[in-house]
Design a protein around this ligand. Structure first.
Ligand code: FAD
Length: 390
């Protein structure tokens, strides 16, 4: 595989960097870690949309740019490097748009894709339930067909999108009489339908990026079904491959990485520059090696996508590797910062604006969200190594 960028791609990276540098200089937002999943800023999303950078890979006939997955990877790499607030559009751009393109009706493509590309449609991901996480197929939320609509009853948890989501992706049971993997269907529904209530989940960092979502006799028009009824399991497995494999899995904490290198260059401890401490140099060099390996894993996933294949085991392998790296990075940052590292953002004495503290706490969830590391290793054992199911 040749990972060299073309001249156009190098130009595109520079264009993305110039745009983000300009935004940063104008202080339109504050760089943050987890910016793709926790930093919701509809105005930023609209400015990205105005550049034509949402739906970059989608076909031109639907208003997309028809570019390759590798170009999108370049853009996301830069957004994460700057810690720009991209959460409003991330999920729809990464996986929901692709699902609509593959399984949606012509009407869904014409109606929903432009809304996503204009930066107006923010989709929360409603898969998990209180008793259906790793064993997602055991979910209980029911979608019962009645004439021209479905009636939804049940509960989702850890639904992304914060208070900004205005649409919901929903995986629900349409046929309770068949085996659990067979009776599931996918929907994309407006969040303001009667009978939907949400309650924020305040996570370990104090952020409210996720929700519990309750459905009580919610009437959903049958046009909201995506793909074939009861084909949801197959469809969602493809979607998860896209969810697991982007640069956000290795760069969620990137501003901490750059920040800690800067800190080490500028700081003395007991009169001696930290950058001359051989243990610290060794730890940072080790992290750099691990980061570059993870980055290549992600590049490979983008190339697999450009070959038109869902990167199932590649995505599982990349995410398992990358989230472990992110956790080591956060631990190392805390070790180097010493007591400063434990101070929250905006505290008087904090360093790196409290990003190391946030990264340390937040990274605990990285190996759970979008598939736990144990489950990803199971996928790898089964799909790549060909080991029998345990
Ligand atoms: C920060 C965060 C964000 C999230 N965002 C979303 C979201 O946007 N949308 C959404 O739908 N969900 C989301 N989730 C939910 C996430 O997908 C689930 O937490 C995850 O699938 C694990 O499910 P569980 O928490 O119920 O754990 P369980 O399924 O109860 O698992 C508990 C433990 O058992 C292990 N385990 C379970 N089964 C196996 C097995 N077969 N082999 C080996 N080990 C196993 C697991 O690895 C885990 O360590 C999010 C979760 C977190 C923490």
């Amino acid at each position: 595989m040749d990972f060299r960028l073309t001249e156009e791609q190098e130009k595109f990276r520079k264009e993305a960097r110039d745009f983000l540098e300009g935004e940063k200089k104008q202080k339109l937002w504050e760089p943050s870690i987890d910016s793709w999943i926790m930093a919701y800023d509809p105005e930023f999303t609209k400015r990205v949309a105005a550049k034509g950078w949402i739906g970059l890979t989608w076909p031109k006939e639907y208003g997309g740019q028809g570019r390759c997955a590798f170009d999108r990877l370049i853009l996301t790499e830069e957004i994460l490097r700057y810690g720009a607030p991209a959460a409003c559009h991330w999920f729809a751009d990464r996986q929901i748009g692709g699902s609509i393109l593959k399984y949606g009706t012509e009407q869904q493509k014409r109606e929903l894709l432009p809304k996503i590309m204009k930066g107006e449609m923010y989709v929360g991901l409603g898969m998990s339930e209180p008793e259906a996480g790793c064993d997602l197929a055991s979910l209980k939320t029911q979608a019962t067909k009645k004439n021209d609509h479905y009636v939804i009853n049940g509960q989702k948890t850890w639904t992304s999108g914060g208070k900004y989501m205005n649409y919901l992706y929903l995986l629900a049971r349409t046929d309770p009489t068949v085996a659990k993997h067979q009776g599931l269907s996918e929907f994309i529904i407006p969040k303001d339908l009667a009978g939907i209530t949400t309650s924020p989940i305040i996570d370990i960092t104090g952020n409210e990026a996720w929700n519990e979502v309750f459905f009580e006799n919610v009437h959903v028009p049958k046009e909201c079904l995506i793909g074939k009824e009861s084909n949801g399991w197959r469809q969602v497995m493809e979607q998860l491959a896209y969810e697991r494999s982007g640069m956000e899995r290795i760069m969620a904490n990137y501003p901490v990485f750059e920040g800690i290198i800067q800190f080490v260059k500028e700081t003395k401890r007991d009169g001696k520059p930290l950058c001359q401490d051989s243990v610290i140099r060794n730890k940072l060099a080790q992290l750099k090696i691990e980061f570059e390996v993870g980055r290549l894993f992600m590049y490979r996933v983008a190339l697999v996508m450009d070959e038109g294949r869902a990167p199932e085991w590649e995505a599982a392998m990349s995410k398992a590797y990358a989230t472990a790296f992110e956790q080591r990075l956060a631990n190392t940052a805390l070790e180097i910062l010493g007591p400063y590292g434990q101070l929250a953002p905006h505290s008087k004495w904090t360093k790196l604006n409290g990003m190391a503290y946030h990264a340390y706490l937040s990274s605990k969830g990285y190996s759970l969200q979008a598939g736990t590391t144990e489950v990803l290793k199971n996928i790898l054992a089964l799909r790549k190594l060909g080991l029998p199911t345990g």
